[in-house]
Design a protein around this ligand. Sequence first.
Ligand SMILES: [Zn+2]
Length: 516
Amino acid sequence: MRHTTFRFTLDPTPEQEALLARHAGASRFAYNQCLRFVSEALATRQINPSVTVPWSGFDLISAFNAWKRSENAGRVFIVAQDGMITKRSVGLRWRREVSAQVFEEAAVDLGRALAAYAKAKSVGLQGHRVGFPTPRRKGRCRDSFRLRNRIGWSGRCHIRIAEGHPRTVVLPVVGEIRVHDDTRRLRRLLRPVEQTEPSIQGSALAPRARILFATVARHGHRWLISLNVEAPDFHANRRHLSSTGGDNGFVGVDRGLAAFAVAATADGLEVGRFHAPKPLARRLRRIQRRAQAVSRSKRGSRNRAKAVRRLAREHARIANIRRHFLHEVSSQLAKTHGRLAIEDLATANLIRNRHLSRAIADAGWAELARQLAYKAAWCGGELVICDRWFASTKTCSACGTPKQQLGLAERTFQCSLCGLVMDRDTNAAANLAAWADALYMPAAQAPDRQAGGRVTNASGGEVLGVASMAPKPALTKEEPTLWRTPEPRTPEKGAVGRPYGGRPTGFTGAGTPTRR
Ligand SMILES: [Zn+2]
């Protein structure tokens, strides 16, 4: 089983759009209310140490559910004919206007934020600093909410697609919403097919995939829905030969200076060169203009609101172009090459200069690495992250001699020892491939060349991690539980996504290689 995401652009009616916005508001409200429970409990614990602080998603859900029916959430005073005033608690009055799932998922989100905060505090995590969760503010945070796909009383799922019309999604409370995109690929996955069932010794009609979650979010001027789907593994024909099979070496992927990425094998053969799409540069200028328009307009004016909308739309478009490009590159690499080696992200950020466009490319690079990790796993391939101290750009890929001086402007690599002249990025990619070959290929299969100086270069290195090529353990029989909730990251429409359980293994930092 693999976990993937289908993303569609919603086409709601004005009434449905208002409902979506209300759900997003309810999600924000529940998050903030739960945060209030935590802060209040923390404050009272200063005086009374016996007070328990709701901390996990479960605690927060029960706290919120108890609160929403209580007097604190809402009460009315009824004046009788004889002047007697009685108080009646009604709870949160509008709670039935939205799906209760929204509250629960918001509580789960806060539970996760608290867990991340506690972890960062206890370990003293390097890198990103994780602060105590802050309230979500309207207009400052993304309008979004998540729903879990429950099975209703009738045995039908709450979240369904293509019931009446092929291009529709059904959500609880909101109902059937039209989508812009073609849903055929997801429909085919969800269609019941005959499956052999070992438990009942026969075959049964069951869909091959199921929807676990739906996340609805406003991006720019559009509402998008991401459906988190548990889908079967790729067919054997679409997977690379088993990890032992195939004597192809690694293919190194380096960030090019002129191109976005360059792929090459250990013997210096360039097998791929990817150029970032041009619209990006053009639209960046437009973004600057739109941002200026926002800052020049009067606060609170209609023109400002209009300018803000225009800017958001432009940002959303750029994000779409970039995401599409990254998915194309990562899919092509993962499909065509069974073994991939990329440089460590920290190095990539360290060495290069901090020009604006480079900073954007950095973000793209991290995302590419993330996508490569899970796509390689889907295709039965391998991904190796090279040691961060391995000077891939400054080493000759033919003889392994390190070079002292190599300016950023130098586009070709010239070796003073063996006279190799090669494109700078191809040389770096070839080095990455050779580094991974030397470490991971059985000695008999590795090219002879690798027995030379490079091995000494590489062996000192510590491997940061290898994306496992084994499929994730199947979770078919379980209901999706709260603590296993996959992060609803939202790739493009179509079958793309991330494997269950957060970051791919290749990026967990230091660790032993897990080659099987
Ligand atoms: Zn050389």
